[in-house]
Design a protein around this ligand. Structure first.
Ligand code: PEP
Ligand code: CO
Length: 448
């Protein structure tokens, strides 16, 4: 490793780093970072390059991204059933979207590493008791007691191991024949036949069925589509963790963050002169930046120049999260200016984070209608400007939780308490996620 490469990778240490936990014991943190630095990579540079090439297709309008998973993964959630259900839902959504978009769908999980959360307040107060805010399982525990909320560096090691376990399951499920195309389609047919939500999509599911039969008649056997490409991603929030998992690739001599294929910078940590932008500038993975409604076109342009000065296709994805009420005004100026510059960017819509509100019961929630309206606005804006709506980024789970309202099952605000299980933001449940995929598919076809 050359000194200058190492120097670049540590330049963030001299800059303000927002949202970093006040770790309990700095010596312990150093020891943990050294241990992480000695662990095997979770992903390989070649896989990151492959994803980058697919995201270049997205930027060119030749592919669509489906990125999703928990707001905050938990250590207890790193088990076979939870991971399988999430992956199954993601693959089902992807088949529907592939058919509607008629381009490849790049599948990226918010999985196998999404263990750290930025918070709006550093502390949480309940009944007069003030404790540090929950910052994700990589930092502290969700339980509201002093011991759980201790920012414990050893949790970073557990985050690494849970990421490894989760990614291993994802690799096995997607490569081992469990999730071949016929099988995923059969799950969709089951959803359509056996749920109130699904019955609205009989026509689309029937069309997909006929397409598969047609492929077979032409001599292309859908049963042979055994493996799908799946990529991992998370918010690159905890810079000590990301730095410890950054390695110089032996083939290219370039640094890659091997904690995930794709890393993004959150809305709260994307300051141009901040530590996060500085760190991610130097790794060669494909990266994303979240852009909220306060982003100016100049902000977007400056981020683009800083993070992708060589205009490498597939390197940079902008994930916009404007809110259903704002997207139609807030997005066009950004796209126009970025597009005029001629640099390649993939545009992805996060229709979740601009649409959160508190229900009378005190639960943080989101309406499926708002989520869909933001996606509709995203398609409208891109169609009007002649640019490509590159994909969606969502928070969902494969389980039957009650965290978001709406959808064909008619989940109401009064139902939220039943199975409200998220460690952070409200997620679409399995039915709502599939509902969304079919609705987005219909939108895509209408708008193209
Ligand atoms: C998130 O993706 O969970 C998140 C915190 O998003 P944002 O940075 O867009 O607020
Ligand atoms: Co979230």
């Amino acid at each position: 490793m050359s000194t200058s490469a190492t120097g670049d990778l540590d330049a963030w240490r001299d800059l303000p780093a927002l949202q970093q936990p006040d770790w309990d014991d700095p010596d312990e943190l150093r020891a943990v970072a050294a241990e992480l630095a000695a662990q095997p990579p979770l992903v390989f540079a070649g896989e990151c390059d492959q994803l980058k090439a697919q995201l270049a297709d997205v930027a060119r309008g030749e592919a669509f991204v489906l990125q999703g998973g928990d707001c905050a993964e938990t250590f207890t959630g790193a088990n076979a059933d939870a991971v399988k259900n999430k992956l199954k839902t993601l693959l089902q959504m992807a088949v529907v979207l592939t058919y509607a978009a008629t381009v490849p769908v790049v599948k990226i999980g918010r999985m196998a590493g999404q263990y750290a959360k930025p918070r709006s307040k550093p502390v949480e107060v309940r009944d007069g008791l003030e404790l540090p805010a929950y910052r994700g399982d990589a930092v502290n525990g969700l339980g509201f007691d002093a011991e759980s909320r201790r920012n414990d560096p050893h949790r970073l090691l557990k985050a690494y191991h849970c990421s490894a376990v989760t990614l291993n399951l994802c690799r096995a499920f997607t490569k081992g024949g469990y999730a071949d195309l016929r099988q995923v389609h059969a799950w969709n047919q089951d959803f359509v036949a056996h749920s109130k939500a699904g019955r609205r999509y009989e026509r689309l599911a029937g069309e997909i069925d006929r397409a598969l039969t047609f492929m077979k008649a032409c001599g292309v056997n859908p049963d042979e589509f055994h493996g799908v490409e799946f990529y991992s991603s998370h918010e690159a929030l905890l810079l000590e963790y990301e730095r410890a998992l950054t390695r110089i690739d032996s083939l290219s001599g370039l640094p890659y963050d091997v904690s995930a294929h794709f890393l993004w910078i959150g809305e709260r940590t994307r300051q141009l002169d901040g530590a996060h932008v500085e760190f991610l500038r130097h790794i060669r993975n494909p990266i994303g930046v979240k852009l909220g409604p306060g982003t100016s076109a100049d902000d977007a342009l400056a981020l683009m120049k800083r993070l992708n000065p060589e205009e490498e296709p597939g390197r940079l994805t902008f994930i916009t999260r404007m809110g259903a009420g704002r997207i139609r005004e807030a997005l066009p100026p950004l796209i126009e200016k970025v597009h005029q510059s001629g640099a390649p960017v993939a545009w992805v819509c996060d229709p979740m984070h601009g649409n959160t509100f508190e229900a009378p019961s005190g639960h943080k929630t989101r309406r499926l209608d708002d989520v869909l309206d933001e996606v509709a606005g995203f398609f409208e804006v891109h169609r009007a400007l002649g640019t490509h709506p590159g994909g969606i980024h969502i928070e969902f789970t494969g389980d039957d939780v009650t965290e978001c309202v709406g959808g064909a099952e008619g989940l109401a605000e009064d139902d939220l308490h039943q199975r409200y299980e998220t460690a952070c933001d409200p997620r679409l449940n399995r039915g709502q996620s599939l509902d969304l995929a079919f609705l987005v598919a219909e939108l895509y076809r209408k708008s193209s």
